[in-house]
Design a protein around this ligand. Structure first.
Ligand SMILES: [Zn+2]
Length: 293
């Protein structure tokens, strides 16, 4: 099964057998499930429960989703365990900068199966204290255009010729997100997975190079940055954090780096490939709205 071929409608209720039919894979019961399609494209299923603290308003507004607890229970009260930035939590955090398709399902206590609620994107996250322990809380938002309410435009179209029929909503939304992921991947390749700030290259446990994509002007509300190469930087995890926390300022003209506390990179120039144009306006937005020193 290829991700772009998936066609489910918001409101559709899926049983375990339906999951296998639509996605080729079944549900294991975790709240955050990381999946790959036959071409290796990553995607995520999120399961929100009707009861308990997941009782969010899963409407068209932003909502909060609590991360997953560490595995290997056995402690008396698992609630005392701090959540970790691993597995599902790490996948959601990474999706802020490198979006992957995220399918939201809603499990009601009264009825069997899981109801598909549309695709969502991760806007931001917080690591916060909750009843004596730390949890991850993700701010999610429905992906624009993946709503169950047809727009007036779509209604108009239906009255005209159906020769050039648009692909179903899920398919076009998935395609858009997959395209954006490809963009970040391509840029990482151009930099050979080296950080544009320090030039370092990290490696995964399998030896493959690792880098992170950062949107200079963040995606989603309230920033509404664009998903284009000129708004993306390739960074190591440390300098990615520095950008997120506003510890790095970039001169939009000279691309000189001004770091709040790291003298090793302070005053050096941001590494840029000839074919990678960086949008000056995005850099200004970062300096004015995100930098905090
Ligand atoms: Zn770096």
């Amino acid at each position: 099964m290829r991700l772009e071929q998936i066609d489910i409608k918001v409101g559709e209720r899926l049983s375990q057998a339906d999951f296998k039919e639509v996605f080729d894979q079944g549900v294991t019961g975790k709240g955050i499930e990381i999946r790959y399609d036959e071409k290796g494209q990553k995607y995520i299923w999120l399961f929100a429960k009707e009861e308990g603290r997941y009782n969010d308003d899963l409407g068209t507004e932003q909502f909060r989703f609590t991360g997953e607890d560490p595995q290997g229970h056995g402690v008396e009260d698992p609630k005392e365990e701090n959540q970790e930035l691993k597995r599902g939590n790490e996948a959601l955090r990474n999706a802020i900068d490198t979006p992957v398709p995220i399918f939201l399902f809603y499990q009601s206590v009264a009825r069997e199966g899981w109801e598909y609620r549309g695709m969502v994107e991760v806007i931001s996250f917080e690591y916060k204290s909750d009843n004596g322990r730390y949890i991850y809380e993700f701010l999610l938002e429905p992906v624009e255009g993946d709503s169950e309410i047809p727009s007036p435009l779509q209604v108009d179209n239906s009255e005209q010729s159906t020769d050039t029929k648009e692909p179903p909503q899920t398919q076009s939304t998935v395609s858009r997100i997959v395209r954006n992921t490809a963009l970040v991947k391509e840029l990482k390749g151009q930099y050979e997975y080296t950080c544009q700030v320090c030039g370092d290259q990290r490696r995964r446990n399998n030896g493959e190079p690792y880098a992170e994509g950062h949107h200079i002007r963040p995606l989603g509300k309230p920033h509404n940055g664009a998903d284009k190469k000129s708004n993306i930087l390739v960074l190591c995890p440390n300098h990615h954090a520095d950008f997120d926390f506003g510890r790095i300022r970039i001169d939009p003209q000279t691309f000189k780096i001004n770091h709040a506390y790291e003298s090793k990179v302070d005053g050096t120039e941001l590494r840029r490939k000839k074919e990678h144009d960086i949008d000056e306006r995005c850099v200004r937005y970062h300096n004015e709205g995100i930098v905090q020193f």
